[in-house]
Design a protein around this ligand. Structure first.
Ligand code: NOJ
Length: 515
């Protein structure tokens, strides 16, 4: 495999998810915003990521934290103005960072003018832009788990929503909807964004028969099971559109079906998504058996059709990786080594580079109707409270240990998770094997996970100990520890022992590396 075959930027970078409400507050109102983010771009550059995915910043009533959009081509005043977004694009580009917007095609807010028109009467020209029926079927919605249909008193029909009742689903079978949404993409591409993360893209095509689904009887929601041929047709249209633009713009889809084989289909014949999220690894417990299976599945389902994988262990919809893995700092650090050394494009969810845990919310501080506040807490920048969030108290409480885990504290500590991430990203940038190389599993003790990454004569071996006990991983020849999750022994010969919850990346002695 030659490196030039893989020269496209999105295979070479690590992508950082910015959850703007909690990243950095520029105006002191307690909610993160675009000026706050712009002011912290140098932090992201120094971290070593290559692209940012910005969760939604569009005008929204915020019933679902901005995933309920009432204007696709503007910025909510909570986050700033369109001019701030333009400045963000330009400041990111100045630093060599790509910027991806969140595109939410499946549904709008019920406050979107399109829906207000659609519900105004049965013969409104926009009636068919949404999905109206006289009778509901048994489909279930996500977030509140209730029916996916809500009765509309005004027009005396039910409308479909795969999420909250305030998020009616668009009818992508209507060509006017397709055209309007293509215009939305053009609007942002013309402004210079480098691509999109596409929200629940597998949901846009609906079963045209609207038959009851037996899986809904078992409590499954449509977002977990919807998988219709028409979504692929929609995607091919989106792909043609972005391919028309210069500069390697990228489509990364959220395909929330818990089957890697099904996810693979959304790459099409290189004419649908460039990359898709794949959630089984994010659901996995900290267990080498489960991760081995997840990785093998990715290699066999995606590798066969040369579809480029993604890896994400946290996001704004799930508990943070450290909390899910039991709160251990050592495990969180070992997980970082794994995340950043697998074959594919890794996604870092903001704050994981600080080893943050979920914040604790009470009935008084709870915001999200889906109970997902834990991972959405504000980032602690400064050691001292209020941690760089001057002015009004932030919209959610800080995560635990905010002082010890703050950026400022970790910058000055001799060892910290932040410094580990910087080193991992640095080593990845300087190793073709880690960025683009093939993946091969190596035999090891069952409590370890070991693999080789190689590209030409560049080679790395990664070994992760998932256990509380020390184990041995013997390698023939002399190998140097390039990165150790506990930072012990780096640049020294690897003697084959791996302490509890420790992970290492090793390279052959004499490898020309800059780390
Ligand atoms: C997936 C997003 O990640 C989630 O936050 C949101 O609630 C749903 N899609 C609906 O847009």
């Amino acid at each position: 495999m030659s490196v030039t075959q893989h020269s496209t930027w999105w295979k070479n970078v690590v992508i950082y998810q910015v959850y703007p409400r909690s990243f950095a507050d520029g105006n002191g109102d307690g909610v993160g915003d675009l000026p706050g983010l712009i002011a912290r771009l140098d932090y992201l550059k120094a971290l070593g990521v290559g692209a940012l995915w910005l969760s939604p910043v569009y005008p929204s009533p915020m019933c679902d934290a901005g995933y309920d959009i009432c204007d696709y081509t503007d910025i909510d005043p909570l986050f700033g103005r369109l001019a701030d977004l333009d400045q963000l694009i330009s400041e990111a580009h100045k630093r060599g960072l790509k910027l991806l917007m969140d595109f939410v095609p499946n549904h709008t807010s019920d406050q979107h003018p399109w829906f207000i028109e659609s519900r105004s009467s049965r013969d409104n020209p926009k009636r068919d832009w949404y999905i109206w029926r006289d009778q509901p079927n048994n489909w279930r919605a996500s977030i509140d788990g209730g029916s996916a249909w809500t009765w509309d008193e005004v027009s005396q029909q039910y409308y479909l929503h795969f999420f909250l009742p305030q998020q009616p689903d668009l009818n992508w079978h209507n060509p006017q909807v397709v055209e309007a949404m293509h215009d939305v993409l053009r609007f942002w591409l013309d402004r210079g964004v480098d691509g999109f993360r596409i929200d629940v893209v597998h949901c846009v095509g609906k079963d045209p028969t609207f038959a009851d689904d037996p899986r809904c009887m078992a409590g499954e929601t449509m977002v977990q099971i919807n998988d219709q041929p028409y979504s692929h047709e929609v995607l091919r249209g989106l792909r043609r559109l972005v391919d028309h633009y210069p500069g390697d713009r990228v489509l990364i889809g959220e395909v929330n079906i818990r089957s890697t084989a099904r996810v693979a289909a959304y790459y099409g014949a290189s004419d649908e998504l460039h990359m898709s999220f794949n959630f089984p690894p994010l659901d996995a417990p900290w267990d080498p058996v489960v991760f081995r299976l997840c990785i093998r599945e990715v290699e066999s389902c995606l590798g066969q059709q040369s579809a480029w994988p993604t890896w994400a262990l946290s996001n704004h919809d799930n508990s943070r990786l450290r909390s899910r893995y039991g709160g251990s700092l050592a495990r969180a650090n070992a997980a970082a080594v794994m995340l950043l050394s697998l074959r594919g494009t890794p996604f870092i969810f903001q704050g994981d580079e600080l080893a943050l845990e979920d914040t604790q919310v009470t009935a008084q501080t709870r915001v999200d109707p889906g109970g997902r506040d834990g991972s959405r807490a504000p980032l602690p920048w400064l050691s001292q409270a209020p941690h760089g969030w001057s002015g009004k108290a932030p919209w959610l409480p800080f995560p635990p240990d905010a002082e010890a885990l703050a950026v400022q504290t970790q910058e000055t500590a001799s060892h910290s998770t932040l410094k580990l991430y910087r080193r991992l990203l640095h080593c990845r940038r300087h190793s073709a094997a880690l960025r683009l190389g093939a993946w091969e599993e190596l035999p090891s003790h069952p409590k370890l996970l070991a693999y080789r990454r190689y590209c030409g004569d560049d080679e790395r071996i990664v070994c992760i100990n998932f256990d509380e006990a020390q184990h041995t991983f013997a390698l023939a020849g002399d190998w140097i520890i390039e990165v150790a999750s506990d930072r012990q022994g780096e640049n020294q010969l690897f003697d084959g022992t791996l302490g509890a919850q420790k992970a290492v990346i090793v390279c052959r002695k004499g490898t020309d590396h800059e780390c």
